[in-house]
Design a protein around this ligand. Sequence first.
Ligand SMILES: Nc1ncnc2c1ncn2[C@@H]1O[C@H](COP(=O)(O)OP(=O)(O)OP(=O)(O)O)[C@@H](O)[C@H]1O
Ligand SMILES: [Mg+2]
Length: 328
Amino acid sequence: MAIISVQNLSKHFKVFKHHRGTLGAVRNLFSRQHTIVRAVDEISFNIQAGELVGYIGPNGAGKSTTIKMLTGLLVPTSGELLVNNLVPWKERQKYVSRVGAVFGQRTTLWWDLPVIESLSLLQYIYKIPADRFTANLKEFRDTLELDPFLDTPVRALSLGQRMRADLCAALLHDPDLLFLDEPTIGLDVVAKERIRQFIQKINRQRGTTVILTTHDLSDVEKLCQRVLIIDHGKLLFDGALNSLKERFSSKRELLVEFAEVYDEPIIDSAEISHVDGSRVSYLFSRDDISASELIGQLSAKYRIRDLEVREPEIEETIRRIYEERLLE
Ligand SMILES: Nc1ncnc2c1ncn2[C@@H]1O[C@H](COP(=O)(O)OP(=O)(O)OP(=O)(O)O)[C@@H](O)[C@H]1O
Ligand SMILES: [Mg+2]
């Protein structure tokens, strides 16, 4: 049974044309000209309990709008959405006790309250049993290293500290599901890594289902087996990260250092992309030849000192998908 089931889900926004100037202000009162933005456009997917899924796409693709519908903050224009067998926006109260959410762009904590008081308020709001609250707080203080800033008002926290406090807040009530909208945005490499490890731990140890949107593809590579790609409100890809790489990877590269300098060491089925004395790099495609065949052919003709095969980076693959809209 899927924990999240989404069927032809859409969210359209009416954006009203705005006329500028004094006369424009008057016109704004009377004209109701608008355009429709299809922020999310007929998407369908299922997510099983315990999955950790990456939800990626370029700016304005519809990621946050989807997450807001999943968390019950936005009412869909059409389509069906069931999370934990509940319709998020209809059964709000029952629903929020089962899910947690972190929006990297803004905090869900009280701006002026010290972190610890924000967390205590949540215990009261979610009616978290005292023993669960104490046990969870103890664990998260430890794993998220909250102690140095527990008494600091949220507004005075650094971005990384704030994100850790928000993660703790989202998980205190033992939700089955965790929605993370850009949880690593703006963090330095070390802070990112710490957040990633924490997310992975929660998913593995507690079996919490996690949906994660991000612009940092290392998040996806390190955490998610499955990835959904959305662009212009349409779901473009749903599958394993590996199969995405295999289907859409650009050319692989073979870097060779020959034992001597050859004048154009040509080989069929691979093209020379760069020559620097005895160092030559070739580009080849998985469909034409395997790396070992290519190396075999080269070593039959030339004397090789050293070589290295470079796979295209996931960044490169995804960039190509966004830019060339390969999946249409
Ligand atoms: N409240 C709103 N009113 C009108 N248009 C909106 C509203 N919220 C989102 N949109 C539009 O819907 C589209 C999708 O926005 P969304 O925030 O879901 O994108 P995103 O994938 O989260 O992008 P980003 O990576 O920049 O966060 C955009 O064109 C955006 O301008
Ligand atoms: Mg967003």
